[in-house]
Design a protein around this ligand. Structure first.
Ligand code: INI
Length: 160
């Protein structure tokens, strides 16, 4: 019996793409900084000249899947992280944006066999979003950990 588990300690050989929505960037910029802090502390080079990390900005969460798709199809990245914030109170079409972002990200991951972390906060208020982006904890950190785990797990599994 083989047991496969992702590791957090061996980030060598991983190239990570992060896609961030500008909409609600008060929140998403904080998610990004939490995410980069975690990656850095796990050995990923997050400098401007890094060959292990690329960051792409999109207008809003609705656009996350198409850019994730382009990056996944390039076969240059072992794992992708999408970051966004959709706030129900301010968004009449909340359900549409969230549904498209989540379905799109899941489809890209499965179609390309590249894990895509769904780091889109969906909250009722801006206050709740800010609490999850640093005031209480920073979920950007958790999304980065999940990316490290999935990137490493996919590397360990037999390929198709
Ligand atoms: N995009 C978000 O990421 N969060 C939101 O809360 C939001 N609201 O409120 O509408 C939002 N809208 C923009 C959308 O993602 C697209 O960028 C836009 O519709 C253009 O396609």
């Amino acid at each position: 019996m083989a047991t496969f588990e992702g590791r957090f300690s061996d980030a060598s050989g991983l190239r990570i793409g992060v896609i961030v929505a500008r909409f609600n960037d008060l929140v998403t910029a904080k998610l990004l900084s939490g995410c980069l802090d975690c990656l850095k502390r796990h050995g990923i080079d997050v400098s401007d000249t890094s060959s292990q990390l690329d960051v792409a900005w999109v207008p809003g969460s609705f656009e996350l899947p198409i850019v994730a798709q382009q990056m996944a199809r390039s076969r240059q990245y072992q794992v992708l992280i999408t970051l966004g914030a959709v706030i129900r109170g301010d968004t009449p079409h909340f359900d549409v944006v969230v549904a498209e972002a989540s379905k799109g990200v899941a489809t890209v991951a499965r179609d390309n066999a590249v894990p895509v972390i769904f780091g889109v906060l969906t909250t009722d208020t801006m206050q709740q979003a800010l609490e999850r982006a640093g005031i209480k904890s920073n979920l950007g950190w958790s999304y980065a950990l999940e990316a490290l785990e999935m990137g490493s797990l996919m590397k360990a599994l037999p390929s198709a």
